[in-house]
Design a protein around this ligand. Structure first.
Ligand code: HEM
Length: 411
């Protein structure tokens, strides 16, 4: 048992580079608790492997974790958002989870996503064509955001003209999910995100109505058809929740896969050179990027029964926080875990989650990542960071750069 106070989480230094703090916490031999969060925090690969087989985990019973010092009006806003959780597959347990997720699995199979490769390549090429005469650009604003956003919006059947507006709304949701702890003005954030959430849902209702009147060959039309055909299988709020979840999840995280990955490559010139020389390494490189700097850093569950986790008794009703970025660098599982190595032999990371909520869009994200990196490296024989300092969002759940300015020379 380590009695020294744990190093602080969620400081500016933590957001700039969380891995030394995570390593220090992982090195403690007890089940780590932390004054900043309710319940034990899990930092080890083995612990999450054990949970993979545990039937006593719930997302539905999660309530917002304690955040010290939040004023009552903010808590009320957060509580109101809690009430909507039941409509989204992300937040429910079986049988509701199986019913909601079941409506989407067929649309995101590996085969369906592989068939999208030519379209993803065409979108990638068009975005890079538009940057052809620029010596410097923000990789996030000009490429890593629009690429996955265009792809998921086309799949869902969302008009491309609305991309920037939708981005503002989904970014507010992401900020609310992981930014309340660090917000300068939590009430402003809570109110802004509530207004954005309402606007996003109103947008989805209008779109759904349009698809009902005039169905198209897209995912939202297919959901609407299920709702019409099988009254009771899916209600309107669930169609809205699935559509908005896919819209947000379908681009926010992939943007960070591309940006975090390009940063890791630029910071590790030997690996950048290897990938440039052999594009067939792209698949493995994407996996290493996911392990090394995962876009989703933290997941939570509540236990529904007492059980044993590596010799520690966990009572029912305990909140568990899974620190994915720490488990992905556990030296007991990954040799030399802080080394960025695109041909790592063992790479079973948890960046897409770990249980029945395993990311539905993992195939799509991996393919988008592969195409993004191979095309960027092919089109730009020279890429470097500019002198601009990098800043990370102060978000506890998502690891995201605010911008990634780069300088390029085309072929
Ligand atoms: C690199 C990019 C991505 C990362 C790192 C990522 C990560 C994750 C993680 C960690 C979860 C599990 C959440 C939990 O257990 O609480 C998840 C779930 C989910 N992801 Fe992704 N995701 C990515 C891209 C995508 C894309 C492109 C889509 C859409 C096509 C998507 C759709 C979803 C959905 C719908 C869920 C909820 C699944 C469920 O609850 O059953 N994700 N994702």
């Amino acid at each position: 048992m380590d009695l020294a106070p744990p190093p602080p989480l969620f400081t500016p230094a933590y957001f700039a580079n969380p891995y030394p703090t995570l390593a220090a916490l992982r090195a403690r031999n007890d089940l780590v608790t932390h004054p900043h969060l309710d319940g034990p925090l899990l930092f080890r690969h083995q612990q999450i492997r054990t949970l993979q087989r545990c039937p006593h985990l719930s997302k539905e019973r999660l309530t917002e974790t304690r955040i010290d010092g939040l004023p009552q009006p903010v808590l009320e806003v957060v509580e109101e958002a809690q009430g909507r959780r039941k409509f989204s597959m992300l937040n429910v347990d079986p049988p509701t989870h199986s019913r909601l997720r079941g409506q989407a699995t067929a649309a995101f199979t590996l085969a369906r996503m592989e068939a999208l490769r030519p379209r993803i390549q065409a979108v990638t090429d068009a975005l890079l064509d538009a940057l052809a005469d620029r010596a410097e650009f923000d990789l996030i604003r000009d490429f890593a955001f629009p690429l996955p956003a265009i792809v998921i919006m086309e799949l869902l059947g969302v008009p491309s003209a609305d991309r920037e507006q939708l981005k503002t709304w989904t970014a507010d949701q992401i900020e609310l999910l992981g930014g309340l702890r660090t917000a300068a003005d939590p009430l402003e954030l809570a109110n802004r995100a509530t207004a954005s959430g309402k606007a996003l849902r109103a947008y989805a209702h209008t779109l759904i109505e349009a698809k009902r009147l005039q169905p198209q060959d897209d995912f939202i039309s297919a959901l609407v058809a299920v709702q019409q055909r099988e009254d009771g299988r899916l209600n309107e709020e669930e169609v809205v929740a699935t559509s908005t979840l896919l819209l947000a999840a379908g681009h926010e995280t992939t943007t960070n896969l591309i940006a975090n990955g390009m940063l890791a490559l630029l910071n590790t010139p030997s690996e950048l050179a290897r990938l440039r020389a052999d594009p067939s390494l792209a698949r493995a490189a994407v996996e290493e990027i996911l392990r090394y700097d995962p876009p989703v850093q933290m997941l939570a569950r509540v236990t529904t029964a007492d059980f044993d986790l590596g010799g520690s008794k966990i009572p029912a009703g305990t909140r568990l926080t899974l620190m994915l970025g720490a488990a992905n660098r556990d030296p007991d599982h990954f040799p030399d875990p802080d080394r960025f190595d695109i041909t790592r032999e063992v790479n079973d990371n948890f960046s897409f989650g770990f249980d029945r909520h395993l990311c539905l869009g993992a195939h799509l994200a991996r393919i988008e990542g592969e195409i993004a990196f191979t095309t960027l490296l092919r089109r730009f024989p020279h890429i470097e960071l500019t002198a601009a300092p990098l800043a990370w969002l102060p978000n506890v759940a998502f690891r995201a750069l605010k911008a990634l300015p780069i300088r390029v020379r085309p072929a």
